[in-house]
Design a protein around this ligand. Structure first.
Ligand code: 13P
Length: 254
């Protein structure tokens, strides 16, 4: 279907001015040497580093994203950051509904949906995250949980151009454990089927579905060669230039 592979780094709550800027410079340099047209790089640093990382990425084909946003444009929302502010910092992407936000901040799929609409209205692309817990997988509910999260979190007006999905099994995040390739492919296929029902076949076939959860250079090839896996959302391994770019290289797509 010619979907462009997205190699995305979610830095989470990591990075100070000096090391964050250095990391971004390293990614920028390395991406210049790789960078096939069918591959896109993205880094999502914490809010505090967006402006300096944007500068460090100048001239490189690496997109900038944030890790969350509020649904309002501005106003009395202490501690929050709006989609307009993200655009102003040079962001093209925003991650929404990460399981750490769902768990630590009680974010519901309905809230993620409203945030996504607000982000799209400002021209930001969203990476909407879904994924089951270990208990849900053990109960045989992984597909049901992920498809319900898709139905509730993805706005009806979404298109393949403004939305990326990330399947991140909660139990695979930061644990070194990954599902079998058959399980990954099963969930990705179910997600695409659900997207087809909600957004139409053409959008579903072109929309990218990333896998996230303990992606490393040594397992990237296996994961990224799956038919319905269109890239990776990388946590820990995105904090080291050689690991982040190693994932892209080992996947043989960039
Ligand atoms: P790890 O790659 O550290 O498992 O984190 C994955 C993740 O949560 C990316 O959003």
């Amino acid at each position: 279907m010619g979907r462009k592979i997205l190699i995305a780094g979610n830095w989470k709550m990591n990075g100070l001015l000096a090391d964050g800027t250095n990391l971004a410079k390293g990614v920028a340099e390395a991406a210049k040497k790789l960078g096939k047209p069918q591959c896109e790089f993205l880094v999502c640093p914490p809010f505090t580093l967006l402006t300096s990382v944007k500068k460090a990425l100048r001239g490189a084909k690496v997109a900038l994203g944030a890790q969350d946003c509020h649904f309002a444009e501005k106003g009395a929302h202490t501690g929050d950051i709006s989609p307009v502010m993200l655009k102003d910092c040079g962001c093209q992407y925003v991650i929404l509904g990460h399981s750490e936000r769902r768990a630590n901040h009680g974010e519901s799929s309905e809230l993620v949906n409203v945030k996504a609409q607000a982000a799209h209205a400002q021209g930001l692309k969203t990476i909407i995250c879904v994924g089951e817990t270990l208990a849900e997988r053990d109960e045989g509910r992984a597909l049901e949980v992920c498809t319900t999260q898709i139905l509730d979190s993805v706005p009806e007006s979404s298109t393949w151009q403004d939305t990326v999905i990330a399947y991140e099994p909660v139990w695979a995040i930061g644990t070194g454990k990954i599902p079998t390739t058959a399980d990954v492919e099963e969930v990705h296929k179910a997600i695409r089927k659900t997207l087809a029902k909600k957004l139409g076949k053409s959008n579903a076939n072109r929309m990218r579905i990333l896998y996230g959860g303990s992606v490393k250079p040594n397992n990237a090839k296996e994961l990224l060669s799956l038919e319905d896996v269109d890239g990776a959302l990388i946590g820990g391994a995105s904090l080291k230039v050689e690991d982040f770019l190693g994932i892209a290289q080992n996947a043989g797509v960039c």
